[in-house]
Design a protein around this ligand. Structure first.
Ligand code: AHG
Ligand code: MN
Ligand code: MN
Length: 282
């Protein structure tokens, strides 16, 4: 399913051809998660919903920038959840940002959201890269000069063992899970490198390409962490697990969670990486 690809091409062009300071300026007040909304968050959201309204098999959407779920096609079988622009705080500095989506089955019996069936993201970095699941594989594409996504490679984490951890370590004294503090010390004792872009899409993409682990654990300030399950963590969990890696929420695989229609912006502690690295938290 080539969903949202035309939106990603438009967002990529907008980022590359606009004044980054304006795109990164504050648009209005706060969204449902309490984040300041930037001009590009809203522009990207509007581009994506225009495309979604044209897709009959999508019953409705959840966006980071909409308070509630929006139903678009009554006969649709899927719900799409998306983060139109991930890494908002990086826009004005010309640092990589991205878009994330997950496609979920609509459960007609329970009148709720079922399991995730497709996940993908687009990274607006030095090049524009699209990664998405296709059946049981994960495929990577790059936007070329003709504005088409060209297939580059399948992605897999098997055999990748680089010693990289990615976390906002300034929260060290706020982490609630003792294993986080223990492992942070172990990384230093075992000559790991720390890498953090501050855009989840870029940090997770590097982890998928090079190996290692990306984390956003629970803190005393954010008891569920900061990342939202429906349109950030579940899509990446699907991708990491299909790549032969693992996901963890502090207790179980992220994929064992369900999206709650009454709490669509719910957050969840996040650990994504190679199996070898995730096992250190289990
Ligand atoms: P968004 O821009 O969609 O609100 O997401 C930002 C997220 C994520 O991309 C990143 O990993 C995290 O926020 C960074 O948070 P901290 O600044 O607390 O590290
Ligand atoms: Mn985000
Ligand atoms: Mn966002």
């Amino acid at each position: 399913m080539n969903i949202l690809e035309t939106s990603f091409i438009q967002i990529s062009s907008l980022i590359r051809n606009s004044n980054n300071l304006k795109l990164g300026s504050i648009n209005s007040t706060e969204n449902s998660s309490g984040d300041l909304v930037k001009e590009l968050d809203i522009r990207a959201h509007n581009i994506i919903i225009d495309e979604i309204h044209k897709i009959p098999y999508i019953k409705g959407y959840i966006s980071e920038e909409s308070d509630d779920i929006t139903f678009t096609s009554p006969d649709g079988q899927y719900i799409i959840a998306f983060d139109p622009l991930d890494g908002s705080s990086n826009i004005n500095s010309n640092i990589s940002v991205g878009s994330i989506y997950g496609l979920y089955l609509w459960d007609t019996e329970l009148n709720g959201i079922g399991e995730i069936v497709v996940a993908g993201y687009c990274l607006y970095g030095p090049s524009t890269t699209l990664v998405r699941t296709q059946n049981e594989s994960v495929k990577m594409f790059q936007l070329n000069q003709e504005n088409e996504f060209k297939f580059i490679s399948n992605l897999s984490l098997n055999g990748k063992s680089s010693k990289i951890y990615s976390i906002n370590e300034s929260n060290y004294y706020k982490y609630k899970n003792y294993k986080v503090k223990k492992n942070l010390i172990k990384y230093k004792m075992n000559n790991y490198s720390m890498r953090l872009v501050g855009s989840m899409v870029a940090d997770c993409h590097r982890t998928l390409i090079q190996g290692g682990i990306f984390m956003y654990p629970a803190t005393s300030k954010d008891p569920e962490g900061k990342l939202r399950i429906a349109y950030e963590v579940m899509p990446f969990a699907k991708i990491f697990e299909l790549c032969g890696g693992a996901s963890w929420d502090g207790e179980k695989s992220v994929l064992k969670n369900k999206i709650d229609l009454d709490n669509i912006h719910q957050k969840i502690p996040t650990y994504l990486g190679t199996k070898e690295e995730i096992y250190k938290f289990t």
